[in-house]
Write a protein that binds this ligand. Structure first.
Ligand SMILES: [Fe+2]
Ligand SMILES: [Fe+2]
Length: 304
């Protein structure tokens, strides 16, 4: 097969997927303003994150907390994850808009990028409102990372860009999927999680295909760059999920809380579990390089 033919086939395949995703988006999407009852009471007698997914679960610090404080901690952990989700979505929207800028807008593929941006706009509003409603700050990432991450849309391209998007989306998906049907979790939080899970499935399909299409086109040096970039972005995402300030909400020194969480085998296991679906895909795609494995281990996405 000639190169032109294979690229024609590739474009047709890409358009087919994008058209299918556009159709599915038109048929099923959520408007959190309408689909969530923001006025419903949040009593605070239910957890906001399952206790076994709390960063301190199983530690001495956890043992010292009262039941009320444990619930309070999970509230702040939920707000930290949601606001970091929002932060990454904001970066992701910039990256997608940049791709759209360089693509023929009449292509279904380009139009799906805009649809995904529209989805993420609604999600980010939803996450922001959820933090406000549960009564916890929208922590977001630590300040230096918030500043540094501004370069991401400038330096990310190709499979690492979509791979990094997948890390954020699929890790969040695993955590949220578990929560959406867990009765010990606040109903408002469950609904936020459910909406996100249902809409993200399309984004995952789109990004996975982009990774698969992009990998064979990489030269040796480029591959190294892509492997390094995705591993560092993933480390940043995993490290920032829980802003250490959450611990102050239950009277724990943020530094002490962060240290305990980093050493907590239960939390390390939760991170690995959350990455269980995306990691084999990235590995098979060739995005997990031998040189970058220590970074992935540090991110708790590969066994130490
Ligand atoms: Fe989202
Ligand atoms: Fe998404």
């Amino acid at each position: 097969m000639t190169r032109a033919m294979s690229s024609r086939g590739e474009v047709a395949e890409r358009e087919k997927t994008a058209s299918r995703l556009l159709k599915s988006s038109a048929n099923k999407f959520y408007d959190p303003d309408v689909d969530i009852d923001w006025g419903a009471p949040v009593d605070g007698d239910k957890y906001f994150v399952p206790p076994h997914r709390s960063t301190l679960y199983g530690t001495k610090l956890w043992d010292q907390l009262t039941e009320e404080q444990r619930v309070e901690l999970t509230k702040h952990e939920f707000a930290s994850v949601a606001s970091n989700g929002l932060w990454f979505e904001t970066l992701l929207m910039q990256m997608l808009l940049k791709s759209f800028y360089n693509t023929d807008p009449t292509q279904a593929h380009a139009q799906y990028m805009l649809t995904e941006v529209a989805d993420e706009c609604r999600h980010s509003t939803m996450f922001a409102k959820a933090c406000e409603r549960v009564g916890a700050p929208a922590y977001g990432p630590v300040p230096w990372l918030r500043q540094l991450a501004k370069i991401l849309p400038l330096i990310a391209y190709g499979p690492a860009k979509y791979g990094a998007i997948l890390i954020a989306e699929e890790i969040l998906d695993r955590l949220q999927r578990e929560m959406m049907s867990d009765e010990q979790i606040e109903p408002l939080v469950r609904m936020v999680n459910r909406i996100h899970v249902l809409e993200e499935a399309r984004h995952v399909t789109f990004a996975r295909e982009e990774v698969q299409r992009g990998m064979p086109k990489l030269g040796k040096l480029e591959l190294l760059y892509q492997q390094l970039l995705i591993s560092l972005v993933s480390l940043a995402i995993m490290n920032t999920l829980i802003n250490p300030k959450v611990y102050a909400a239950v009277g724990i020194d943020p530094k002490e809380g962060r240290r305990a969480a980093a050493r907590n085998p239960y939390w390390q296991e939760t991170c690995r579990w959350a990455g269980e679906r995306i990691m084999p895909f990235l590995d098979e795609s060739g995005l997990i390089g031998r040189i970058t494995k220590p970074i992935w281990r540090r991110a708790n996405l590969l066994k130490r």
